[in-house]
Design a protein around this ligand. Sequence first.
Ligand SMILES: [Zn+2]
Length: 439
Amino acid sequence: MDYDLLITDATILPLANDGLERIDRGYLAIKGERIAALGPMRELPAAGKALITIDGSDSIVMPGLINTHCHAAMTLFRGLADDLPLMEWLNNHIFPAEARFVNAEMVYWCTRLAAAEMLRSGTTCVADGYFHEDAAASAFCETGIRAVAAQGVVDFPAPGVPDPAGNIAAVEQFLDTWQGREPLLTPAIFCHAPYTCSPETLQRGKELARQRGVPFFIHLAETEFEVQESLKKHGVTPTRHLYRLGVLDPNTVAVHCVWLNADDQRLLAETGTRVASCPGSNMKLAAGIAPLAELRRNGVVIGLGTDGCASNNNLDLFEEMDLAGKLQKVKHLDPTLLPARAVLGMATVGGAEALGLGEQIGSLVPGKKADCILLDRKQANLLPLYGAELLTSAATGGDVRTVIVNGRVVMRDRRMMLFDETETMAHVRELAKKVTAPT
Ligand SMILES: [Zn+2]
């Protein structure tokens, strides 16, 4: 056999080289875990045979989307405490709910539910940060999604880490367990925020990330309140605070970055720090609008994220693309500053680069890992298709029909291939009953 998997007669959007070239009536051939070849059908070798052939004549094939920030297990808290300011939402509702309900079993099942939702809506790679991340990592591996899974760190008792003095040791143990173990799983560290981690914790966490060569994630400058508190406590903005601590570099993913002054933006650009922007979350919690157009002008690598389900309330990255683009237009009263092609890049190649996976995924290029999705071209909202730009504002997660990760079909015609979604939903339903039960 020449190929393991062959998609034929499809409209293919490789999203490579910044271009929006498209191949009408094209093929995509996969060998093992990698893309072997793609091009117009007339160039497919006559003898080109494959173990599995998918007729793509009603499909748009594009790279799988990359969610650069999520707390997958928080699907349990979807819609739990809506319409509240971030600090009240976090301190009076989410942290107490986490203290009561987050355990390894909860993280396992709720992460599986999140993975199902993400795969269904075209996300093939997710960066997650939570507690009991061992259970999350196991869940991700079973569903077939690619994941960067980061063990959470805060300086107060947390689920699975009752004594904060052991928070960095817990990450070390997590890295020992998962580094080099599963091809689709990259372990990492997630220090929650500059206001929940001491300078010493941040430095120790970053040092560990450097020693082990893993990504370091942190929420940064999410609200105006956070900036004011940092100015009071440290005399500098949260971004400069992290810069002083030596935390900013190309292996750090700073999440949110809504409240950045010009100096903060320069620091992120100079240090090569990556940004994960979560427009849906920033809107729901009324945090503000991230300066994506400015960061992009400064050459900062930007990926998009959904954030945890509780602050969104969904994990559909197509929606994040739509929000990211339109928010910049409203903010600047200028429709040109963040065009659709740039937004598409953020959800694909930009996300890959943000997570240190730029060489491996993010576009459909021979030699890259075969992470791609097939959208149903028969959907009314996808007609006509003049260009790939349409995908940022007309497509939704519901248009995704088939998902391939690392050369393996993980969803075929909207059916999960590797795990029982019904069983997963039944477990989460039971867990949710405990959340709503009277105390
Ligand atoms: Zn978050």
